[in-house]
Design a protein around this ligand. Structure first.
Ligand SMILES: [Zn+2]
Length: 236
């Protein structure tokens, strides 16, 4: 059960050029089977330092505005739910920034997404990348809700040198960001399909890279092959 806070999204971010229904659909399609516990995703204007946060909420009695009663019931029976907050400042930035596709920030989004995909719906790509990062934190602790022993499925294949200092500082951050680089582009592609603008895109297209990012391309391709093998093993 993955729920977006439709009420708050409509109120505060309804004007944004992102199809939230399509975002909801691709996130559910991607993570529905991977997570046991319920997930609530909500924009939050009080989150100032981070672009997004994830935490486990055990006090399921305290309802967040916009949360459906059925979500509360499910969370109570499961023992906890995952709360993912997307910072309002980040959502607004993604919406405003026309230069995201070429901007080389800490996330290095241009290095891991097809340029064509970013050109038309770059802001949706950034939101999906952020969600993918936070969702991986949910995956890491989904079984127990405990931070003590995290399931870090992408950590072993991630090359630390390809990540900024922030992600290198903690294993779970590196794992989450490596997962975002894998699932983000996949979800952006699914987003295009969902809004009726399907594109022909996969990681094997040599045309998507030039020599300057050939190294990253090869590394991400390895990671892609690894995750694909894993998916096949899990029968997906
Ligand atoms: Zn993180």
């Amino acid at each position: 059960m993955i729920r977006f806070n439709d009420l708050v999204i409509k109120e505060k971010f309804g004007h944004i050029k992102i199809d939230w229904k399509a975002i909801d659909k691709v996130v559910n399609d991607t993570y529905g089977d991977r997570l046991d516990k319920p997930v609530f995703i909500t924009p939050d204007n009080r989150t100032k330092t981070y672009a997004g946060t994830h935490r486990v909420v055990r006090n399921t009695v305290k309802r967040i505005r916009g949360m459906e009663p059925s979500f509360m019931v499910k969370s109570k029976s499961e023992g906890f739910y995952h709360l993912i907050k997307l910072a309002g400042h980040a959502i607004n930035f993604f919406n405003r920034a026309k230069d995201i596709p070429t901007r080389n920030d800490g996330w290095r989004i241009p290095d891991f997404y097809d340029t064509e995909l970013l050109e038309k719906h770059g802001s949706a790509g950034c939101i999906l990348h952020l969600i993918a990062h936070e969702m991986q934190h949910a995956v890491q602790v989904d079984e127990t809700g405990s931070n003590k022993q995290r399931n870090l499925e992408f950590f072993s294949t991630a090359k630390p040198s390809e990540f900024s200092k922030y992600y290198r500082a903690k294993k779970e951050e590196l794992d989450a960001e490596a997962a975002a680089r894998f699932y983000g582009p996949k979800m952006l592609k699914a987003y295009y399909e969902e809004i009726g603008e399907p594109v022909d895109f996969n990681f094997d297209q040599d045309s998507i890279v030039d020599d300057t990012n050939k190294k990253e391309y090869n590394q991400i391709k390895d990671m892609y092959a690894f995750a694909l093998k894993k998916e096949l093993k899990n029968g997906k």
